[in-house]
Design a protein around this ligand. Structure first.
Ligand code: GCV
Length: 733
């Protein structure tokens, strides 16, 4: 027992101090719904440097887009300092200058050539001497670059990586960095797991939701400059004058953030909406209808981007309905858009039954190489099937040398646990971009091909199917925000590492309380590092517990959420059923796509086709994609294929359990609401991982007739009870 005596007054002081300490702690850990995304500046006040170091902000010229950048800086300044940012008309010592080559101060810096090379969206941020004063400048050839430079500077401050002798030079990898919303006019979102559509068609154009501007800010902050507002399964009504007026209203909110609006169109619009008797692309009335429609659109929205088209795919109409080709369809639309500098993004997601499904898009498209207009770009999903947990790249990349091609990635996690599983997709996209296609010799990576470095492309673009809805946290899962963030960052710079992207996102998103404060409280850096590690391994983990070793499309028929490798639906298209893909039998597992099988390997360039064709050289992550492999085939580590399958599923389950521990340990530095919400999603993910493991292993065991190795966790389900699961789709779809 201590013998120190306190007076009443001292005791009161201690009580007050404890009370205020708890108030402070609880304020910094106050409930947070995630709606601010990564745009949090409040904490920067306690980082090494903040915007307060600048004596004033000087906008050297006027312009809506430049003003958005300046406003963001001013808002951040207020959040960081609690004061208004001083503004000035002329540069002073230590000002932050924003301007383009139109301004004499920027011209006097002699960086005109450099800025011209970086283009109107590129920028420099630099410490410069103007007369006798030292200032920091965000300069660009166009006001768009100033906007991106402002966000870049803020990111440096948010992540504590700003240095006072800053010298940054940036320009985007792709011209069009575009989100594809699969949002319908009735407010539903196809494959959307974050609530309803953010576009409130019923209230537009009279009511403008404040979310539109928030959406624009968030996209601009990561360099996204385009958006397709509606589903590729498009309603012809989208192009009605009434709806175009609503699109015009959205475009007006997005424009100051340098975001152009695009629309998905239904190929039958001339017939369905225009009342014509046909939508044949070679029919003069149809061509005229599209020209007039394009003129109407551009009259309302002069900077309209163009059309995205899903044609002759999954039951949608297209040129083939009239005996025409993809070229006829795409070029007709391109001609209508050409006078207004609009573009057509024509999707290659087609699979008319016939051959092995993975070969169909290549079969249909590569023969048209060189025949599309120069304002057409072919939008190709990363893999040859459909956004599976892991696919080899689509062989169309590298095969079409005289046609502009753009990747389509899926940010919404249709096949990766939807908004319940923590899966950081950046690693998968990085793997895809870094893949060497060998199309023009070694080093012909997809990133080089799609930026036009190998075969020049007039248009370059990078598309991602959005995971955004009207949920408070935008994406359904707090960590799904990281996928939106990563998509934008990779579209801006396709050489960024996932590690850097994760690092930025964590620091910008979980800044409450700020990192330095955490350190004072003794929260070790290791928590942040563990979260980063969790993110970086999470894609492989999901592959491990869902579809390891090249397995694919063994999902439940309707919802694409859980496993149903046994699924059989009488009368269904065979290539919509899991058995088509896994081909399990008493001999082994996997699809033979070698020269002895469907010869899909033949669509890849040498030496990939030989590697994929040879079971001993094929990367094990694609083994069952390309080969029907005997159950007792020896893997590189000496295990049989069956044992490897079992251990890999188990590894996936164990990894999710590790994630739960990592997250629980991070409780002290994450606000209560986001902590609890992620914790509860990880519990679902852990249960789902076991569901996947048990379903797949117990089902495949009926063919392999081998024991599940005894040192791994035993199944906790019966196969029959798993087969009986029918999800309530309202929750999942
Ligand atoms: C928009 C998959 C999805 C569909 C989607 C389609 C596409 O098949 O399940 O919901 O339709 O891809 O990309 O067109």
């Amino acid at each position: 027992m201590s013998n120190i005596n306190f007076s009443n007054c001292q005791i009161m002081k201690i009580i007050y101090s404890i009370f205020f300490f708890f108030i402070l702690i609880s304020a910094s850990l106050s409930a947070e719904n995630g709606s601010k995304l990564w745009l949090r500046y409040q904490s920067a006040s306690s980082t090494k440097v903040s915007l307060a170091q600048f004596s004033s902000i000087v906008c050297l010229e006027d312009g809506d887009i430049l003003r958005s950048g300046a406003n963001e800086l001013k808002m951040a300044y207020s959040e960081m300092t609690g004061k208004e940012m001083p503004t000035s008309g002329v540069p002073q010592s230590n000002s932050l200058l924003l301007g383009t080559l139109h301004n004499k101060y920027i011209r006097s810096l002699n960086i005109g050539k450099e800025l011209a090379q970086l283009g109107s969206e590129g920028f420099v941020i630099r410490r410069v001497k103007l007369n006798a004063d030292s200032c920091t400048v965000i300069a660009s050839a166009g006001e768009q670059g100033v906007l991106y430079g402002a966000f870049y500077l803020l990111r440096l401050l948010q992540t504590n990586t700003y240095s006072s002798n800053i010298n940054v030079k940036e320009h985007p990898s792709y011209k069009v960095r575009i989100l594809n919303h699969w949002d319908n006019l009735d407010g539903s979102v196809e494959r959307g797991y974050a609530g309803h559509s953010i576009w409130k068609w019923d209230e537009l154009p009279a009511t403008i939701s404040p979310r539109y501007a928030e959406y624009a800010r968030a996209n601009a902050s990561i360099g996204i400059n385009a958006t397709v507002l509606n589903n590729v399964n498009a309603s012809p009504k989208m192009l009605s004058t009434e709806n175009l007026l609503k699109v015009k209203a959205i475009a007006a909110v997005l424009r100051p953030y340098n975001i152009r609006v695009y629309l998905s169109i239904n190929f039958s619009s001339p017939k369905e909406l225009g009342g014509l008797s046909t939508s044949d692309p070679l029919n003069p009335d149809v061509r005229k209808w599209w020209k007039n429609k394009a003129a109407e659109v551009y009259k309302l929205i002069p900077d309209f981007g163009g059309f995205l088209v899903k044609a002759n795919s999954e039951g949608l109409p297209g040129p083939m309905d009239y005996g025409r080709t993809h070229v006829d369809g795409a070029n007709m639309l391109a001609d209508a858009l050409k006078p207004f500098s609009g573009i057509v993004m024509w999707r290659a997601f087609v699979y008319e039954p016939g051959d092995d499904r993975v070969k169909l898009a290549y079969n249909e498209f590569h023969k048209f190489d060189g025949q599309f207009r120069d304002n057409v770009i072919i939008q190709v999903k990363n893999g040859p099937v459909d956004f599976q947990p892991r696919e080899p790249f689509s062989p169309l990349f590298g095969a079409m040398k005289k046609t502009a091609l753009m990747p389509e990635l899926q940010i919404t996690q249709e096949y990766l646990g939807q908004s319940n599983h923590l899966v950081f997709l950046s690693s998968m996209w990085e793997e895809f971009l870094d893949t060497d296609t060998h199309a023009a010799g070694d080093g012909t990576t997809i990133s080089k091909l799609t930026t036009g470095e190998v075969y020049p492309q007039k248009i370059t673009a990078f598309a991602g199917v959005a995971n955004i809805g009207d949920d408070a946290n935008w994406c359904g899962h707090h960590f799904a925000q990281a996928n939106w963030y990563a998509f934008g960052r990779l579209a801006w710079n396709n050489q960024l590492s996932s590690e850097q992207i994760a690092d930025e996102w964590i620091k910008m998103t979980f800044t409450s309380p700020p990192i330095p404060l955490l350190k004072e409280r003794g929260v070790r850096d290791s928590s942040l590092l563990s979260i980063k590690k969790m993110m970086l391994t999470s894609h492989q983990t999901a592959v491990d517990y869902m579809m390891p070793l090249g397995l694919h499309h063994i999902f439940a028929w309707t919802h694409h959420y859980g496993p149903e490798p046994w699924c059989d639906i009488i009368g269904a298209r065979p290539d919509w059923l899991p058995k088509y893909y896994h081909k399990a039998d008493s001999i082994g597992l996997g699809f033979d796509r070698t020269t002895n099988g469907s010869n899909a390997v033949g669509q890849y360039c040498s030496p990939l086709r030989e590697q994929f064709n040879d079971v001993s050289q094929c990367p094990e992550k694609y083994l069952l994609w390309f080969h029907h492999v005997p159950w007792d085939y020896r893997m590189n580590d000496g295990k049989t294929m069956w044992d490897e399958l079992c251990y890999t599923y188990d590894k996936g389950v164990q990894s999710v359990r590790e994630y739960q521990k990592i997250w629980d340990k991070a409780e002290s530095f994450v606000d209560a609401q986001r902590f609890a919400e992620v914790q509860s999603k990880l519990r679902i993910q852990a249960r789902d991982a076991v569901w996947w493991k048990d379903a797949c292993l117990l089902y495949f065991q009926t063919f392999s007739k081998r024991p599940i190795p005894y040192d791994i966790e035993r199944p906790v389900h019966d196969l029959d009870s798993l087969k009986a699961i029918k999800l309530d789709l309202k929750h999942h779809n």
